[in-house]
Ligand binder design. Structure first.
Ligand code: FBP
Length: 267
């Protein structure tokens, strides 16, 4: 039965949120980048499961293969449904490798999908995503959309108008949450949050920042701009002390602590 109304849609991400905010641990990098992001510790998915559990994450993002072998059900699962490698050059396209039904069979509370607006292949991802969104919503689970403008036509992926366009596309396409890149300052990110309307906006972590405080300053900017949290990978599991940075993220996102208060912990 297809019951889609504002009320239902509004609540679809609730199992992944605390007080309307989300802290998601992303671990789809083995697919997107290959093991080059990993070291002896974080190449093991069990290590990531432990961070997610002990670190108080409200969601963990995995592909089907890792989820089916390592997911222990302790933190809500967001199953990533499409993926691509970075071995292919040119305008990107990322297509479906697992289904909403498989996500549900693993106990996922939401599904994830990446689109690359600006790529000459964007229309294929828009169509595929729309089909997935329908099935997910018909089954009562939410959809988190990674929106990464990319390809020859995109000169600056983090420019204010480009990031706001990404956020708006998440709204136009019917996503429940948008995972987008940070623009670099809260003022310009505010425009992206506004453009997303009722879609919850989460910052994508990016490569590991030079210091923890640099990264937490970006997170502060997202919160100040009205964002709903972060979906982060490398800045956590590449950290020397993943649980320490996780605690700082939790304190900022759920308890309202400011980055200035946390500075002495990281000096
Ligand atoms: P990070 O916090 O490590 O950047 O993870 C977020 C993420 O979106 C992952 O889900 C994904 O694997 C990766 O970034 C893709 O990064 P990019 O396409 O920018 O190389």
């Amino acid at each position: 039965m297809c019951i889609i109304n504002n009320m239902v849609n509004k609540m679809l991400l609730d199992p992944l949120l605390r007080d309307g905010k989300g802290l998601f641990l992303a671990y789809d990098h083995g697919f997107e980048h290959g093991p080059t992001d990993f070291d002896e510790r974080n190449v093991d998915p069990s290590f990531i499961m432990e961070i997610a559990n002990k670190g108080g994450y409200t969601g963990i993002i995995l592909h089907y293969g890792v989820a089916s072998k390592y997911y222990d059900g302790k933190v809500p699962l967001i199953l990533k449904l499409n993926g691509k490698t970075n071995l292919v050059k040119g305008d990107p396209i990322s297509l479906q490798v697992s289904t909403v039904e498989e996500a549900i069979s693993l106990g996922a509370k939401a599904v994830g999908y990446t689109i690359y607006p600006g790529s000459i292949h964007e229309y294929i991802m828009f169509q595929e995503f729309s089909k997935i969104r329908r099935v997910a919503h018909d089954n009562g689970i939410g959809v988190l959309l990674w929106v990464y403008p990319r390809g020859q036509a995109i000169k600056n992926e983090t420019a204010k108008e480009i990031v706001a366009y990404a956020a708006r596309l998440a709204l136009e396409l019917g996503a429940d949450g948008a995972k987008i890149k940070y623009t670099g300052d809260p003022e310009s990110f505010k425009w992206a949050v506004k453009s997303a309307g009722k879609v919850k906006v989460f910052m994508s972590g990016g490569p590991k920042a030079s210091t923890e405080i640099d990264f937490l300053t970006q997170v502060q900017g997202v919160i100040d701009a009205g964002g709903s949290g972060v979906a982060v990978g490398r800045n956590v599991w590449q950290s020397k002390d993943p649980l320490k940075i996780s605690k700082a993220l939790k304190d900022m996102i759920f308890e309202g602590r400011r980055v200035e208060e946390l500075k002495e912990l990281f000096t």
